[in-house]
Design a protein around this ligand. Structure first.
Ligand SMILES: [Ca+2]
Ligand SMILES: [Ca+2]
Ligand SMILES: [Ca+2]
Length: 412
């Protein structure tokens, strides 16, 4: 119980490689040159600071010097918070990645041992409140890259001269105000961040992403999350993990889906009305064809700031959800999936909030992230639904639930 009570979370950091001082093997020289026992200094044996200082909702990495050890095992414990005695194991990793929401002085004991040596060392982590109050909402868009779609070039508005950079800024301005942007059809994405790390509180949902879903109008997008492990202020390829939604293990979900859309000619872009052969596509399931244009949206459906004449998107494709009960294309319904997707349930629904604890690696193994700095949402459907047009995830902001003082339990 004690370990789960604390609102702390720790990252499974990279293991330091084991360092061996001498060979234990019984080769020819071993009898003539006996091994020398490593000497463990008594003062500051792991070469740690006495004090680490950090703001709440920011992480600090404590790296002990483990060179005198051979494949050591470590146990990190909180033994005091301010003046209250504790006894909570918080990590067994070779480094401690510490983050918490609560200010205070955390006294930590670390024990390192191998078959020959055992040392304990104590130090403090002093967690202060930030000087400029954090925003609970999105503060930065790194990239806005929609797929083709009937609202593309419109939400947000493309104007002649716009570039990837200016479109990122436009998406950022909208999302900071909780206004809606479209991601278009399959694979279209937006990557955004915050001015702090969203702490992964055990047992609780940690963040919310808004969309425009309502009953029978669900256009699920998959969430990727990243912890800025290398602290370079941006999401790196190896930092991304997928939030495992309810359809992750659905046999109809295709986990390595890939599709390429080709830029339509200027003539087709200018043509108005409903027609089927508009945006050419080709996927990695052996299918190619065209996506239609409809009379309701006259602008180009291909992102016009992109110079390349084709766009390729990769990711997991969820099974289609659209049905037409009329059989004549007049009564479309796009019911929601159970949980774990953006633009799937209405914004006031509990399943518009997510737990960082649902993150999995590429093989579907659960990963333990101390928090997240970045979120990427992409459209996870490749589907046309009559006059509804292509199924496209919309994003209308995101927030850190903890900073807003909202406490929602994770799924049982
Ligand atoms: Ca959590
Ligand atoms: Ca990074
Ligand atoms: Ca939508």
């Amino acid at each position: 119980m004690k370990t789960t009570k604390l609102r702390l979370s720790l990252l499974a950091t990279l293991s330091l490689s084991a360092i061996t001082f001498y060979s234990c093997s019984s080769d020819d020289n071993s009898s003539t040159t006996p091994p020398i026992d490593p000497v463990i200094p008594t003062e500051n044996p792991l070469k740690l600071e006495t004090n680490y200082n950090v703001n709440r909702s920011k992480s600090v990495l404590v790296k002990p010097d483990l060179t005198p050890f051979t494949t050591p095992s470590l146990v990190w414990k909180i033994i005091k918070i301010d003046d209250t005695v504790k006894d909570s194991v918080i990590s067994e990793q070779q480094q401690l990645d510490f983050i918490t929401l609560k200010t205070g002085k955390y006294t930590i004991d670390v024990e390192a041992k191998d078959t020959k040596n055992k040392v304990n060392q104590q130090f403090d982590i002093v967690v202060a409140k930030e000087t400029v109050e954090y925003s609970s909402k999105i503060t930065k868009v790194f990239e806005y890259m929609p797929s083709y779609g009937q609202y593309v070039n419109d939400l947000p508005k493309y104007e002649v001269g716009d570039t990837q950079e200016t479109m990122n800024k436009k998406a950022e301005a909208e999302l900071m105000k909780d206004n809606m942007i479209t991601l278009g059809g399959f694979g279209g994405y937006v990557t955004f961040g915050f001015d702090h790390t969203i702490v992964n509180v055990p047992g609780k949902r940690d963040f919310k992403v808004l969309g425009n879903a309502f009953k029978n109008s669900s256009e699920p997008g998959i969430i990727m999350v990243a912890y800025d492990k290398n602290k370079n202020g941006k999401p790196d390829e190896d930092e991304w993990y997928e939030i495992m939604g309810s359809e992750y293990n659905n046999p109809k979900t295709i986990h390595n889906y890939e599709i390429t859309f080709y830029k339509p000619s200027a003539d087709l872009d200018a043509k108005e009305g409903d027609f089927d052969e508009y945006v050419k596509y080709k996927n990695n399931q052996g299918k190619e064809g065209y996506k239609p244009k409809n009379r309701f949206h006259k602008q180009s459906y291909y992102p016009l700031w992109i110079k390349e004449t084709s766009l390729t998107f990769k990711g997991s494709k969820l099974p289609n959800n659209a049905t037409d009960s009329s059989g004549k294309g007049t009564n479309w319904a796009l019911p929601e999936y159970e949980y774990g997707y953006v633009d799937n349930h209405p914004n006031n629904h509990i399943e518009s909030s997510f737990d960082i604890g649902w993150a999995v690696d590429k093989k579907g193994n659960k990963v333990h992230l101390p928090g997240i700095d970045f979120i990427k949402v992409y459209t996870a459907m490749d589907q046309e639904a009559g006059w509804f047009g292509e199924t496209s995830t919309e994003v209308a902001g995101a927030s850190d639930l903890h900073l807003q003082g909202i406490s929602i339990d994770t799924r049982k």
